[in-house]
Design a protein around this ligand. Structure first.
Ligand SMILES: Cc1cc2nc3c(=O)[nH]c(=O)nc-3n(C[C@H](O)[C@H](O)[C@H](O)COP(=O)(O)O)c2cc1C
Length: 244
């Protein structure tokens, strides 16, 4: 395994950080590494907001319910952003129609995810830890208001970065065979999910903290049985994304 592959295999989300803050140089290095991610047609349909105001961090923590939104070395909020393109000429009907399409919604959300994952890898290569924060969508309208986002800009998730203050066990993934298909989609892969249930159940029983008796099937059924963030769709459309 080369160093890069090793780094990727060593990933774990970090949810507990020391009080040490990131330096401005570290923040710039992480964001600039993020910007090197591939981006659909070079559109760069994202913006990264650095949250340094302590009151704002508290408010965002309240939205998420997760204390590491406030307690970290640095907090980023990553937005899908088509406003730069809108400013070029949104009066032109085809430009506006494109901006509001599902296609461009996918372009912007994928671009934003790629920049963020690059940021995570950069941070981890610097000895830092990170955790994505989809929990900011618990009240997406409130986050929009707090960050004063204009039209064609929506918050997708936060990213907490900092100096790790714990070292969680690495969470196993589905087996390669469960996610990899050759040429055509193989609809008959159930047994790999069963195998993963056993692996994850073992992980939850043996890991150092927060031990429990659980497996992937149970977790997913529980998760998808609760209607979640049903207000996001209307919000997204209100901001002129994904309208047709
Ligand atoms: C888009 C996205 C949103 C996430 N949101 C949260 C979150 O709000 N809170 C949290 O603790 N972890 C969050 N995570 C982290 C996942 O729970 C984590 O990546 C997953 O359980 C696998 O664990 P690992 O990253 O330690 O391997 C998020 C991950 C992604 C990719």
């Amino acid at each position: 395994m080369n160093e890069t592959i090793q780094l990727l295999h060593n990933h774990r989300s970090i949810r507990k950080f020391t009080s040490e803050k990131l330096t401005n140089d570290e923040v710039r290095t992480i964001v600039k590494a993020g910007q090197r991610a591939s981006t659909s047609s070079n559109v760069m349909a994202y913006s990264v907001i650095g949250v340094t105001d302590e009151h704002l961090k508290k408010e965002l923590r309240a939205v998420s319910g997760q204390k590491y939104v406030e307690n970290n070395g640095y907090l980023f909020v990553i937005c899908a952003d088509l406003s730069r393109i809108a400013k070029l000429n949104k009066e032109k009907e085809n430009i506006r129609k494109n901006l509001e399409s599902t296609e461009q919604f996918i372009v912007a959300t994928v671009d934003a995810a790629l920049v963020t994952q690059n940021m995570v890898i950069a941070a981890e290569s610097m000895g830092l830890g990170a955790c994505f924060l989809g929990s900011l969508r618990n009240d997406i309208n409130r986050v929009d208001e707090l960050l004063q986002l204009p039209e064609y800009v929506i918050p997708l998730f936060g990213l907490a970065v900092g100096h790790p203050d714990h070292k969680p066990d690495i969470k196993p993934r589905l087996p390669f065979e469960a996610v990899f298909h050759e040429n055509t989609y193989d609809k008959d892969k159930k047994e790999f999910v069963q195998a993963y249930d056993e692996i994850l159940s073992d992980y939850y029983q043996k890991r150092d903290c927060n031990n429990r008796d659980d497996n992937w099937t149970n977790q997913m059924i529980k998760k998808y049985s609760v209607l979640t963030r049903m207000d996001v769709s209307a919000y997204v459309q209100k901001k002129n994304f994904n309208k047709h």
